[in-house]
Design a protein. Structure first.
Length: 412
């Protein structure tokens, strides 16, 4: 393997002997060739695509080469790339019910051809679809080490789409998929413990970061609030995310109605798109559905709110929670995933026990009657978010890539 030859240099010996406490910064240290395989990537809008974009940019900024393999996003998409980033677009099909998303078709032969000619030092497989499976199979054939990421609870999603009986089979497939890789990266310690108890081998925690310069209370926009029909002092309740069954949006609406009973001038703004958007608009015409937003426009919507409702019980992490925290919002979310990892109940957020719908509604209702508490929770959340810089996350990811490249993978 290419990495095995590189790993014999004195520079690599020093890096690994020091235990990866800090990322290598010596100009003479060999740079990695990293392959990233994913079924989703920007401009697609979702948490996985967002996280992978930051990962790729972080590795490029450190001088590494990245070979990105993903499905074609439209008919004329041929990949390409420039400089240290090379994109390979493979055949794919639209994901039913997920507008704008695709899953990759099997591509083991095409991947083998590329990697035989120019083998990467390490491979990161982010999704468990046919394309990801092809990449793992090709890596095993060529004896190239693979790190996988557990980004989505696909097995639990099945219950929201009328095929809950498939959950055990999907869980078995996912476990086998990840156990064929060097290690599986998860975003929280609680998820690591849960997957380990389910038989997943060598799960390791790699947290998520947030851009606190982009998501910032300073982007609050009084003109936007007026568009929402709010006067000075009126509360804006915000939800950001995909409008889909697995996001538990009925609870968010229930909580808002309870809040509205105490503050009739409150408005509920939902940022995002998805299969539930039409039904939400039909059943609740007073809700403000603004569609998908990105970049500074998205940041402006966050910062113009006051309270963030995150009712999901299926997300593996919830990047939107960090964005809401960085924007200075008071967060109401179940005590799991990102909220459990980064918020403290009553100090920087309100965290009802996982699945306790009544407590979720009750806490939201109580919060909207206390403007001083809304401001205090938001200020504390912002303070926490300021410590979650992407650079620290990328330092850890780079160290894991170096470690994996050093070790020639051992297969079952």
């Amino acid at each position: 393997m290419n990495a095995a030859g590189r790993a014999s240099s004195p520079h690599w010996d020093r890096i690994f002997a020091e235990g990866f406490q800090d990322p290598p910064d010596d100009d003479e240290v060999p740079r990695l060739r990293i392959a990233v395989v994913t079924e989703t990537y920007p401009p697609e809008i979702n948490g996985v695509a967002h996280t992978l974009h930051h990962m790729v940019q972080g590795m490029l900024a450190r001088g590494h080469q990245v070979h990105l393999i993903r499905p074609r996003q439209h008919r004329h998409d041929v990949g390409g790339g420039q400089g240290a980033l090379r994109e390979q677009a493979t055949a794919g099909l639209p994901v039913p019910g997920y507008k704008g998303l695709h899953f990759g078709l099997p591509a083991r032969g095409a991947i083998l051809d590329v990697w035989r000619e120019d083998p990467p030092d390490v491979i990161y497989v982010a999704t468990e679809g046919p394309l990801g499976g092809s990449a793992v199979a090709a890596a095993r054939r060529l004896n190239i080490p693979v790190i996988s990421g557990f980004h989505t609870n696909f097995h639990s999603y099945s219950r929201y789409y009328g095929v809950g009986f498939l959950e055990p089979a999907i869980g078995h497939f996912l476990r086998r998929f990840h156990n064929r890789t060097h290690c599986t990266l998860v975003p929280t310690e609680s998820l690591r413990a849960h997957l380990t108890a389910q038989g997943y081998l060598n799960c390791r925690v790699l947290a998520r970061g947030v851009d606190t310069a982009l998501f910032n209370p300073a982007r609050r926009d009084p003109a936007l609030r007026r568009e929402w029909g709010l006067e000075e002092g009126d509360p804006a309740v915000i939800h950001v995310g995909r409008l889909a069954a697995e996001k538990n949006l009925s609870l968010a609406v229930e909580a808002f109605r309870a809040m509205q009973s105490h503050q009739p001038r409150a408005r509920f703004i939902l940022v995002g798109d998805g299969p539930e958007a039409g039904e939400l608009g039909r059943l609740h015409p007073d809700l403000i559905l603004v569609g998908s937003r990105t970049g500074e426009d998205l940041a402006r919507h966050y910062a113009s709110g006051d309270i963030f409702l995150f009712p999901s019980t299926s997300d593996t992490f919830g990047n939107v929670v960090l964005e809401a925290m960085a924007s200075g919002l008071a967060v109401v979310a179940f005590d799991y995933a990102a909220p459990r990892e980064h918020l403290r109940h009553g100090e920087s957020g309100l965290l009802p026990p996982l699945g306790d719908r009544d407590r979720f509604v009750g806490l939201a209702r109580e919060l909207i009657t206390d403007p001083a508490r809304i401001r205090g929770l938001g200020q504390q959340a912002r303070s926490v978010a300021e410590s979650l810089d992407w650079r620290c996350i990328h330092d850890r990811l780079e160290a894991l890539f170096f470690e994996c490249a050093q070790e020639r993978s051992t297969w079952d």
